[in-house]
Design a protein. Structure first.
Lengths: 393, 377
């Protein structure tokens, strides 16, 4: 038998409880927002690779990030296709700095255009796979439904509303379907088209000094390689490295994703900014939580001192304050989580970023919330342990 | 005052209790507040022995140090100078962990009720039971019984918000006594109660003391409850200015007032006489006074039998309640007879100076004796 004093004291006054829970939930939401944006940045950036069905990615050794436009010769990719254990290779052509999209009545905006070979099913999304045939049509493309509304298009479900025509690089283009990929910090929207169409819009690529015979498709942005069943990507990677010159880098898909995230997180201030934001939320949470606990102790100081006089040990009071901290963190986390989910949804709609709430991410914030409240509890504990029963007389 | 022989023999048995069995043993206790120049002494060389089962009322003006003494006895302050033994344990230098254990044997009743607003009366009292890890099934009937006896039977599961001030105080008392502590320290426990509830509290104290032999120390200014006190301790300026066992004092008074010269004394004067009398014991055959010696003391027989011998022949025998030795003091002559104990005898002895100071007369006893002792500060 044990009277749950921690719970009773915290929940006795409903108004105070509401204030306390809101305070903690506020800090939780703050942390969720900041880590959410940071993750959205990373998730959105690597989404294009995540949506492809490949085991290994090869790219120009100097390409420090996806958004840099350093390409390599398609010949290297062709050579890789001869390596034992390679089931398939396919090039991905990406253009985002010069690609300008213009819908009638709207201002031209830069857009990311992805060119893909139609004879290979490289995308994972069923809706893209089904629509590849439509892309055989000249001057056609699929448009990302999460592209900025400023491009001039509205969607209902996966249907494009209104006119399907537009201009890309000053040439007419017809949007024959839609898909879902998402924006990131560098790209406002996406188009997918066939390599053949791609070469028509981006003929300038054939003028590069590396290219051979003015073929715009001779320079590849990413080479995607799938291993045959039973071949491990890491060992295949070693084989391909041996087969290819040092001017291309070979990585497994996971390594590539990791490298891309590491670039944004470490080489740009963006990762730091959000981490500082989350840390602020954490610190604000400690202060809020300390205030709640210290007030609770002050409100009950006579009763607690009486317990001390009765013979309750310091350990009892330590566990009491730790219980209060844990209760606060859990009570505050739940509404904070629900509120954050709502805000994530709104953010995703407004920004087109991928705002993912995964279980490990929620668990991380739960952990931070518990640590936050425990730190507050430890600070408030001193106040409790100095409660002097002699002052009761 | 009923001075039957049982009362007297119990009184004599407890006259010099075995120091090891004392509940509270204060010896040379001093206490200081502050440090350096601001250091101020609040307790000065205090002595106090209290036996199990005693109900002690402690009184004195504010600032007299009684609260300091109470908190020292309650282990809530650490002993600085002198010795303080509680329930056989020396508190001076006792490690904190043992102090916490010792506190479980002490029941505290504070002036403020200090109940958790978030807990019901029952749960507040249960906080005490949890301390000694008693089972719920075992604790429940006890808690209900105590609360019912304190007039809270209908309100066992009420929260403090729904209780009156007196009811809250009674819950706090229930919490203090539920574990049947060996020592109960109460600070103005009846101040917030009406006469009836106050009486009920005092009755519970009395029963606890009688049943469990627990010692109860009450700091109070409530003279309605003086009748429960076995001992009244007055403190003035950090010193125990008087420490009177009421029963003992009253018993002595009832014996000595039979003496004509004392019969006219006021109760307070009589109490003062009783207070200054000393108990002396004699074996059968011991001469108590000898004929021809100068008379220096007056004797009242508390228990036993003596013979008066003049010039070698026994002229009379005296027993409990009788007195002798007064003639030599009044007439300032040598002893006119020898007195020999015939069986083990106990006498209250008053010295000549004190005896001679006694002059006037008055009536009425016990209550006035108590009030006089209580007001003497």
């Amino acid at each position: 038998m044990k009277t749950p004093i921690a719970w009773r004291n915290l929940t006795h006054n409903k108004r105070k409880l509401l204030v306390a829970v809101s305070g903690v939930a506020f800090a939780v939401t703050l942390m969720f927002q900041q880590t959410g944006f940071e993750n959205a940045l990373f998730d959105s950036t690597v989404e294009i690779v995540k949506q492809t069905d490949c085991d290994i990615v090869i790219f120009n050794r100097a390409r420090f990030a996806l958004s840099s436009e350093l390409r390599f010769k398609k010949a290297h990719l062709d050579r890789a296709s001869g390596v034992k254990g390679v089931e398939m290779t396919t090039p991905l052509y990406i253009d985002n700095t010069v690609a300008l999209f213009h819908a009638k009545g709207f201002r031209p905006r830069p857009i990311r255009v992805v060119g893909t070979a139609l004879d290979q099913q490289v995308f994972l999304a069923e809706e893209i796979r089904h629509q590849l045939d439509l892309l055989k049509q000249p001057d056609s493309a699929l448009i990302d439904r999460l592209s900025k509304p400023e491009f001039g298009y509205r969607f209902d479900g996966d249907q494009l509303l209104g006119p399907r025509e537009g201009e890309l690089m000053g040439k007419p283009i017809e949007l024959v379907g839609t898909f879902r990929m998402g924006r990131d910090f560098a790209h406002e929207g996406n188009l997918i088209m066939s390599d053949r169409n791609f070469s028509r819009y981006f003929g300038y690529r054939g003028l590069d000094r590396l290219s051979s015979g003015f073929d715009p498709l001779s320079l590849v942005d990413l080479g995607l390689i799938r291993a045959t069943d039973g071949v491990s990507p890491s060992s295949l990677k070693e084989e391909i490295i041996r087969a290819l010159p040092a001017e291309v880098t070979v990585m497994t898909r996971a390594e590539f994703v990791e490298r891309e995230i590491a670039f944004w997180s470490a080489s740009t201030p963006i990762g730091i900014i959000f981490k500082i934001g989350a840390a602020m939320g954490f610190v604000v949470g400690i202060i809020i939580c300390y205030q709640i606990l210290a007030t609770d102790i002050a409100d009950h100081i006579s009763e607690l001192a009486t317990l001390k006089a009765m013979g309750y040990s310091d350990n009892y009071f330590r566990s009491l304050i730790i219980s209060e901290s844990l209760i606060l963190s859990l009570l505050g986390f739940l509404p904070g989580l629900l509120f954050s989910l709502l805000i994530f949804e709104i953010n995703a709609q407004v920004t087109g970023l991928i705002m993912l709430m995964t279980i490990p991410r929620a668990a991380l914030i739960l952990g931070l919330t518990i640590v936050m409240c425990l730190i507050s509890g430890l600070i408030a504990m001193r106040k409790l342990l100095t409660a002097d029963p002699a002052s009761l007389f | 005052m009923n001075t039957d022989s049982n009362t007297i023999s119990r009184l004599l048995d407890q006259w010099d209790p075995d120091p090891e069995s004392l509940s509270i043993r204060v010896n040379g206790l001093e206490h200081f507040y502050g440090n350096g120049d601001a250091r101020k002494q609040v307790l000065f060389d205090n002595q106090l022995n209290i036996s199990p089962g005693e109900i002690v009322i402690m009184t004195g003006p504010s600032g007299s140090g009684k609260t300091t003494l109470l908190t020292l006895i309650g282990t809530l302050r650490s002993v600085q100078e002198g010795s303080l033994r509680i329930l056989g344990t020396e508190l001076r230098g006792l490690p904190a962990s043992e102090i916490v254990e010792l506190r479980k044997n002490i029941g505290f009743i504070f002036q403020a009720h200090n109940l958790f607003e978030s807990l019901t009366a029952y749960q507040n009292v249960r906080m005490s039971c949890e301390l000694v890890r008693r089972k719920e099934s075992e604790a429940r009937p006890k808690i209900e019984e105590v609360l019912t006896r304190l007039g809270l039977g209908e309100r066992i599961h009420y929260k403090p918000k729904s209780l009156s001030g007196g009811q809250k105080q009674r819950v706090a008392i229930a919490r203090g006594v539920i574990n049947r502590p060996k020592l109960i320290l109460a600070d103005e426990p009846t101040a917030a109660l009406d006469a009836e509830s106050g009486r009920e509290v005092v009755t519970i104290f009395k029963e606890l003391a009688a049943e469990t032999g627990c010692t109860i120390l009450i700091v109070t200014h409530d003279n309605r409850i003086l009748d429960v006190a076995d001992r009244i301790v007055n403190m003035v300026d950090g010193r125990i200015s008087s420490n009177v066992m009421v029963q003992r004092s009253a018993t002595i008074c009832s014996i000595i007032r039979e003496f004509p010269a004392f019969s006219g004394l006021t109760a307070s004067d009589l109490a003062a006489v009783a207070d200054s009398m000393e108990l002396r014991r004699f074996q059968a055959g011991d001469p108590i006074i000898r004929q021809g010696e100068p008379g220096t003391e007056f004797f009242v027989i508390a228990q036993g039998k003596v013979e008066i011998v003049i010039d070698g022949s026994t002229v009379n025998s005296l027993e409990s309640g009788d007195y002798f030795g007064e003639v030599a003091l009044i007439k300032d002559q040598p002893r006119n007879a020898t007195v020999i104990a015939r069986e083990p005898t106990a006498c209250f002895v008053l010295d000549k100076v004190e005896f001679r100071r006694i002059i006037d007369a008055s009536a009425s006893f016990e209550d006035e004796v108590r009030r006089a002792l209580f007001d003497r500060q």
